[in-house]
Structure formats: C-alpha cells, structure tokens
Design a protein around this ligand. Structure first.
Ligand SMILES: *Cc1c(COP(=O)(O)O)cnc(C)c1O
Length: 427
C-alpha cells in the first residue's frame, strides 16, 4: 500500500503539481493531499485506508452521496449499452425535459461536458444574440477558465480587468469589466458608462467560489432592472447553486422575494451530472435558436450529451425531485452550521456561517463578508489550522478558505454530530 506522500511524489513527476485541478494540491492550506481510493455514502477513504466525512462531494455534484444505488444502476446499464455514439439519444431529451421542468423560464437547453464550456458558450450566445461585445463579471466569482473570464479588477472604479493567468493577452479581456460583488454604486456607474455596449452580466447568484456570499436582494433586484433597461442579458452561473440550493436553483430563491424574477440565461453543471462530466446552458427558445445548427452562434462537442453522463444526471435528478428532499437536506446543512457556530462560540472564537439548501460556508470573522476582498481579509491562519484539525479527526473540508462546503443526503445526524464534536476539539 502506498502512502499519500508517496503517491503525491509520484504524481508530481508526471502531472504538474501532482494534480489535475489546482485546488486539490492543498497549496492554500499546506500539507499533503489525500489520494482517494474509494467513496461510499458520506465517506471517502484515502490510499492509507483512513476514512473521512466528505464535505466536498466532488465540489458539489455528489448531492446524493457517493454510490447511490439507483444512480449506480443507471450508469451501469447505460455503460453496457455503449459509451458514446456522437449521435442523438432519447436520454438527452429526457434530461433536457427534466431540467426545464424545474427551472421556470427555461425553454431550451444545450448539454456540454464542463461548467467552463457552458459558461464560455453562454457568453458567446449572449454576445451573438445582442450583437454587443462587453460583459460584466464580479470579483471572486468563478465561471470556469475560459480566457475572457480569467480577469481581476483593475485599480479604480469600474475599470476593465487584468488577466489573472499568464497566457491570456490583455486584448482578450479588454471587453470584460470587473466589479465588486454587492457594490451597487459600482454597478450603477458601470451601466451608466457602458450600458448600451453590454452583452451580458454574468454572476454567481450565491457565490460559492469565494466561500459563501449571497448577492443581496436589493443588489440583485437592481441588477435585473439595469439589465432589462439597457438590453443586456443577465446570465446566472448556477453551475454550483443549480439543483444544490433548491430544486429551482438560486434563481428560485430570489424569485421568492423579487416578484417575477428570472435571469435571461442560466448555466448549470456539477449536480446535473451527478459526478459525471456534464453541464448545460439554457434560455428562452428565441435566444437558444441563435445557436448552430439553427443560428449563427457556433457551439459543438464530441462528447456533449454523453449517454453514460446523461444516465447519471437523470437518475440523480429523479432522486432529488422526490418530495421532501430539499427540506431534509437544508435542515441537515443548517444543523451543521448551527453546531459549528455553537462550538466556536463556546471556544470564544469569532465565527459566522451561512447556508442555503445543501451548500454552506463559514468564516473566522465577526460578520458575513459581502465581497471578495472582505472574504480574503478573514482569518486565514485560523482557517488553515481548523482545516488540518478536522482532517486529522476524519473530516474533509474544502482545502481553502475561499471554497464553499456541501452536505449530501447521505450525511446522517450522527455524521453531523461527529463533525461538530471534531470541530469542538479542533477549536
Ligand atoms: C465549478 C464551477 C464552474 C466550472 O465548472 P467546471 O466543470 O469545473 O469547468 C463554473 N462556474 C461555477 C459557479 C462553478 O462553481
């Protein structure tokens, strides 16, 4: 049996940094990444046989827990029928129908293989449909790694962004405006200056890539009004929140408090694939018919709508659509956040948490941050020690303070209690 350390050293010889996606490398928290050998229900086992209660869930997709019997059976049956055809299948229709049925305002969707691809395609669609080039994104929101979206704010108000990655020429991001999340004054100023040139505004409605930060209701309401008034499309990146915070996604959470609220384009991923490479973007029929083969906006994919991935997604959606699913998931997630909060209070440690559906976040801070720089100003040293304290006690949190956490239907009350007990000890 190899140790995690041995595997990490071996991995680093053939894979840059030893990982195929950077956050897995534990660079933010230090230490050796755990190499996962298998998973079942709410648990992961690493290469050394150590068990962990899993609050990453593959960064969101595993909402039913690992190895759910109905999903496993659907995947095994689909795999036996063929891995990929490059031709349409009935299951793609079924999955599209299922997603559309849960999200009001969606009339058509297109399936792709990753959230990056879906977000990138949604922007091309928004630009093609409006005939405009500029877009707004918010600092701390992640929309995958397409060039035009790897941007951070410049200095000053409503400036065009700078690339956050080498290999992205400044010209490629010259149409991307980066604003502070929840900053109404910046939003107003950006629309006043660029409103008529804006193709779209892309936002994580509940941002899960800067831990857990909600767009405030007044901010969201004004964003919707400004987009409508200026003919810009509002693009909701629900890759993380879709089918995670509620069956109708974060848009259904805002629609409860903002009458008639809807985005123009929605982007999904993670949960809709149930752990397989699958994502989607959707909108009204009018907008979606701008896509090839009907319209002038090109978009394609060899493995798009893959039969095994769609079987996995469909089986997952069937389970989460059962009555009471989200109520139970939300109650369990809430009990985790409440338990952690009480443990921190008893330890005299400043701590705040929040959650929606099966997604949660917490900060070592006195109040909930409202934007990226406030998130990054929370106590990182304490987070890192807490992370390792829990890992040593068999609880696997996301290895960076800017990531959200996820509870699955497989987490039992005992798992939550064991997690809170581990947190007490660590704190
Ligand atoms: C994960 C994520 C993406 C990217 O999805 P990938 O499948 O990793 O390409 C995009 N947007 C948001 C909000 C995400 O959380």
């Amino acid at each position: 049996m190899s140790t995690n350390q041995e595997l990490f050293e071996r991995a680093q010889r053939v894979i840059p940094g030893g990982v195929n996606s950077p956050v897995r490398a534990f660079r933010a928290v230090g230490g050796t990444p755990r190499f996962i050998a298998r998973a079942q229900g709410a648990y992961l086992w690493d290469a050394e046989g150590q068990r962990y209660i899993d609050y990453i869930g593959s960064w969101g997709p595993m909402i039913l827990g690992h190895g759910h019997p109905a999903v496993l059976e659907a995947v095994q049956r689909a795999a036996a029928e063929g891995f990929s055809f490059g031709a349409p299948t009935e299951r793609e229709i079924e999955l599209a129908e299922a997603i559309i049925a849960f999200v009001p305002g969606l009339e058509q969707i297109r399936l792709v293989s990753s959230g990056t691809e879906a977000a990138m395609s949604a922007i091309r669609l928004a630009r093609g449909a409006t005939g405009r080039a500029k877009l707004i994104k918010f600092e701390g929101c992640y929309h995958g790694h397409a060039d035009a979206l790897l941007v951070k704010a410049g200095s000053g108000l409503a400036t065009f962004g700078h690339p956050t990655s080498a290999g992205v020429p400044p010209e490629v991001v010259q149409h991307t405006i980066v604003l502070e999340y929840n900053n109404l004054a910046q939003l107003e100023a950006a629309f006043a200056e660029h409103g008529r040139e804006l193709a779209c505004v892309m936002i994580e409605p509940i941002a899960g890539n800067m831990n857990f930060v909600r767009a405030s209701v007044p901010f969201m309401q004004r964003l919707r009004e400004l987009c409508t008034a200026h003919g810009a499309l509002l693009v909701f990146d629900e890759v993380m929140t879709g089918f995670r915070v509620a069956l109708g996604g974060a848009q259904s959470v805002y629609a409860k408090v903002i009458p008639g609220f809807r985005p123009d384009i929605s982007v999904f991923g993670k949960v809709i694939g149930g752990g397989m490479p699958l994502a989607a973007f959707g909108s009204s029929r009018d907008i979606m018919q701008q896509l090839a083969p009907l319209g002038p906006v090109y978009q394609a994919g060899t493995l798009s709508g893959n039969p095994v991935a769609t079987a996995c997604g469909l089986a997952t959606l069937r389970e989460i659509a059962k009555p009471g699913f989200y109520e139970a998931l939300a109650a369990r997630t809430r009990s985790l956040v409440d338990g952690l909060t009480a443990a921190a209070r008893d330890a005299g440690v400043p701590f705040v948490g929040d959650c929606e559906g099966g997604m949660f976040g917490f900060f070592f801070a006195g109040s909930l941050p409202q934007h990226y720089s406030a998130v990054m100003a929370t106590d990182k040293e304490r987070f890192n020690r807490f992370f390792h304290g829990l890992l040593a006690r068999g609880v696997y949190l996301a290895p960076a303070l800017y990531e959200a956490g996820f509870v699955s239907a497989a987490h039992s009350d005992d798992d939550i209690a064991a997690t809170v007990a581990a947190a007490r000890a660590a704190l």
